[in-house]
Ligand binder design. Sequence first.
Ligand SMILES: NC(=O)c1ccc[n+]([C@@H]2O[C@H](COP(=O)([O-])OP(=O)(O)OC[C@H]3O[C@@H](n4cnc5c(N)ncnc54)[C@H](O)[C@@H]3O)[C@@H](O)[C@H]2O)c1
Ligand SMILES: [Zn+2]
Length: 364
Amino acid sequence: MQTVTVALGARSYDVRIGDGLLDRAAEHLAPFARDGRLLVVSDETVWQLLRDRLQAGLGGVDAVPILVPAGEQSKTWTGLQFVAEQLLALGVERSDHIVAFGGGVIGDLAGFAAAIVNRGCGFVQIPTTLLAQVDSSVGGKTAIDVPAGKNLVGAFHQPSLVLIDPSVLDSLDAREVRAGYAEIVKYALIEDAALFDWLEDHGEALLAGDNAARSHAIAAAVAGKARIVETDERETDDRRALLNLGHTFGHALEAETGYSGRLLHGEAVALGCVLAFDFSAQRRLCSPEDDARVRTYFGTVGLPTTLAGVGLTGIGAQLAHHMRRDKKREAGKTVFILTRGIGRAFIDRSVDLDDVAAFLDRAA
Ligand SMILES: NC(=O)c1ccc[n+]([C@@H]2O[C@H](COP(=O)([O-])OP(=O)(O)OC[C@H]3O[C@@H](n4cnc5c(N)ncnc54)[C@H](O)[C@@H]3O)[C@@H](O)[C@H]2O)c1
Ligand SMILES: [Zn+2]
């Protein structure tokens, strides 16, 4: 087992990563149980697939499920109301810890419910998608989607523990695994060039299901996120914005494709990272060699690397329009994460969206 500590003073917590941790869940979760039970928020798919393993791993502690339908449509006011009222009906107390058992949707929904029920109770994350394991379960952002946009209502609420068992990924769709993998590559590109070297050598084994490779990369990615979150927990100075490498471009691509299955979030981030490197290379901030290496690598692992590949060429102005509406804007400026090379991302608030539109129109 590997442990990454997220050091946030009184809100510090461990992220424990290891093959088979779910089967030994009692060791880690028994301290959070009360009256021999734990309230577990999950989605119907995850619960169906993994409840027997969780229950067996918990031994004598009873997992009491609160289930919502699988998918983003549960991350709503209605879903939140349902979870909060179920927790209250089951007698949740402020000193209790609820368990979020699922992907990023469940982590965000259960985490937000934990932040507000009884004016705040504790929670523990057991993320079951690669995206949730390397990104959404760590850092304390919780939210729901509302008509005005995704993740616009939420709270910063750190978990008390994150338990990551990479073996749960065996049942996850290969495309979802690859999309989550894009976020691991993102961390490497932000500030961990050694991790990028390692991924070039071991990424394919990881994607094929090698649990040792999964654990290594998950731990490295979580450590990368922890380092950034520790210095900027609430995204008030510049550091946490670095985590958005590839995301300003990526969000525009997602908005254009209607957040549909046509382009998964991680796929949009992969292409977004390639575009951020291309844009940086054209401004002579980063070498053409690093730019080419990043594009080649995403292609090798089967992630999208060209606008043509996803049918989005020649709409630079339209994509820039989405960026103009992105909530990550500050004082009317879109925040871009650009790069001086692999592992050397930086924040730029002076990028002109007309230049970006022209760049996207020229991009292949
Ligand atoms: N809080 C944050 O910092 C943060 C960061 C990134 C993303 N997010 C949020 O995360 C969400 C996306 O998360 P996601 O991609 O995990 O989506 P998800 O939770 O919807 O999971 C994707 C699908 O995989 C299924 N699934 C989950 N685990 C499985 C397993 N082990 N085997 C088989 N199927 C499984 C789920 O039932 C679901 O259908 C978005 O709402 C996004 O806004 C939050
Ligand atoms: Zn992301």
